[in-house]
Design a protein around this ligand. Structure first.
Ligand code: TEU
Ligand code: CA
Length: 554
């Protein structure tokens, strides 16, 4: 039986490159994180997930690791890391690392040796295959566009990469690979980190024959996920990983799992599951599909709300999800989930209410707590992200003009989440004294930590209040483990649910619509626990203005 010590905790994701720069090179660093630990403590954070800080050529911002045992020079040293860990512990906070083990960087020593001798020991660390009739071995489309097969110069050989060609996939069928990875995981756990967020993990199990599939686009390719969905046995690998590593340390693990087979939830997050928890991407995935961002479905409030509920209900009696509205791969939650008229402090606080009190552990992404939003690029060159550049090209290839393709990226780019953290109203929002690696959002004069700390009505202070409520002695049990029951779903623009434990009933209700709504009166005797405006429940009904949210104890 799992010990779920983390259930009444709140987690926070740091994207180190954009968090805080202390040496003026324009790149956030470990010392910057140390500097801001008190800020996070004050916010109410217990667990910090740090996106990759390992040595890397940064083709995919550190998700391409060239040495698992080294800290990237830009970010600092192993001494800095150890200090960060110690300083976090002093404050009773836990650190979890990013575990990127589906692939390495092409600069990793293993891959360099494999390239030099594909038939030798290290060749079997990756997927090298012969071409078929002078062409690629099979027809998968990589996540970042084009074939997943990259030719090896001077030979009739290709290697497999689910993501960029600089991210070759590791061969999890090879016991030596698993041993190397498990040793590495244990090395980090021995240091005293609490666990891992586990990257792209569903991709580690490949179909043994690596077959081709019916093309799903004009490029003659089929999505890599088609093969993954057609593959059995990822569970065995995940169990092996767990028993050889996490289990020995009681580690906290959160899986980044897309495309899980529907009936496997218990195996993933049940009492004996592969992970402690995994992110709920079900709402986010609603805007995936088509041939790229340019022809994928638009956000639809009702579909999103109903999907969140469906997922929550499904997990009940099985396990707990990790709940997010944004991360480093997504646009800002405020820009995505709020209608244009509500992308203001009131609306942003409302969004916080519906997200933070769901069943499961909330993960706040850096800047979310101050209400950071998307930016508008005037030109594609303002984007840095490899994925955004690929999606721009896909849009152009599909016949969109430049302005239209740019608009697509302005809506969906991963860089929206990667602009520097806005600390104050000084140059570059106080993120760096140098030139930031990615431009600061123009709205930093208004949206920044320093200003919001002083403003009792700010988004930041609301987040603090909401987190305090979630973790309060009186209610932490009901929020952590209580049942969830969707409410008022007959209202198309209302997001409301009850959390119930024994005789405690708490209603979270929010109005995403432009019109005022009147919900029924059974709550009229309730006690208001939290409100994002001037809610008065001393009346016969619950009346919520546009953008209003209330949390009421019955
Ligand atoms: O993302 C994995 C993933 O499944 C991708 O589909 C992701 O959603 C991507 O942003 C597509 O738009 C993880 C990391 O979170 C991401 O930053 C990395 O680029 C990727 O793995 C490769 O390591
Ligand atoms: Ca720096």
């Amino acid at each position: 039986m799992k010990k779920r010590w983390w259930l009444d905790k709140v987690a926070y994701q740091i994207y180190p490159k954009s968090f805080k720069d202390t040496n003026g090179d324009g790149i956030g660093d470990l010392r910057g994180i140390i500097e801001k630990l008190d800020y996070l403590k004050e916010l109410g954070i217990d667990i910090i997930w740090i996106s990759p800080v390992y040595q890397s050529p940064f083709v995919d911002q550190g998700y391409d690791i060239s040495d698992y045992y080294k800290i990237a020079e830009q970010f600092g040293t192993m001494e800095d890391f150890d200090e960060l860990l110690a300083e976090a512990k002093k404050r009773n906070m836990e650190i979890i690392m990013d575990l990127v083990i589906n692939h390495t960087s092409d600069q990793h020593e293993w891959f360099q040796k494999a390239l030099a001798d594909p038939t030798g020991k290290y060749g079997d660390y990756y997927y090298f295959r012969k071409g078929v009739n002078g062409k690629v071995p099979s027809n998968y489309r990589s996540y970042f566009g084009g074939s997943t097969w990259e030719p090896v110069q001077g030979r009739d050989l290709y290697y497999l990469h689910a993501f960029a060609k600089e991210q070759p996939d590791l061969n999890w069928e090879n016991p030596e690979v698993k041993k190397e990875l498990f040793d590495m995981v244990n090395w980090w756990l021995d240091k005293g980190i609490a666990g891992f967020r586990i990257d792209a993990i569903i991709n580690i199990k490949k179909h043994p024959e690596l077959p081709s599939y019916e093309p799903d686009g004009d490029d003659g390719l089929a999505d890599f996920t088609t093969m993954i969905a057609d593959t059995e046995g990822v569970g065995e690998l995940l169990e092996e990983l767990k028993t050889n590593t996490f289990d020995k340390y009681g580690a906290f693990t959160v899986g980044e799992v897309f495309n899980m087979q529907e009936d496997k939830l218990r195996e993933f997050i049940g009492d004996e599951g592969h992970f402690s928890t995994m992110f709920d991407f079900s709402g986010e995935v609603l805007t995936k599909g088509g041939h790229g961002w340019y022809d994928s479905p638009k956000h639809d409030f009702k579909k999103w709300r109903d999907m969140v509920f469906k997922t929550q209900l499904k997990a009940q009696g099985i396990g707990y999800y990790a709940n997010i509205i944004e991360n480093h791969d997504e646009p800002r939650g405020a820009s995505r989930y709020l209608p244009e008229g509500l992308r203001n402090p009131k609306g942003i606080k409302m969004l916080a209410c519906v997200n933070l009190f769901l069943r499961g552990i909330p993960f706040i992404y850096q800047g979310q707590e101050i209400g950071m939003q998307n930016f508008t690029a005037a030109d594609i060159s303002e984007f840095d992200d490899i994925n955004t550049k690929d999606e721009y090209r896909r849009a152009i290839d599909a016949g969109l003009n430049k302005a239209q393709a740019l608009a697509v990226c302005n809506e969906r780019s991963r860089d929206h989440a990667r602009t520097p953290m806005q600390w104050n109203n000084a140059d570059n929002a106080g993120f760096t004294k140098g030139t930031p690696w990615l431009k600061v959002n123009k709205n930093y004069q208004e949206i920044n930590v320093n200003r919001e700390e002083k403003d009792p009505e700010s988004v930041l202070n609301f987040y603090k209040e909401a987190i305090r409520l979630r973790k309060s002695e009186a209610y932490k049990e009901v929020f952590a483990t209580g049942e969830i029951v969707p409410r008022f779903t007959e209202f198309d623009k209302v997001f409301a649910y009850e959390r119930i434990l024994e005789n405690k009933h708490i209603l979270i209700a929010a109005n995403f619509g432009a019109e005022e709504v009147h919900l029924d009166q059974e709550w009229k005797e309730g006690t208001l626990l939290l409100s994002n405006s001037h809610f008065s429940n001393n009346r016969k009904e619950i009346k919520l203005s546009s953008g209003e949210a209330a949390i009421i104890l019955l």
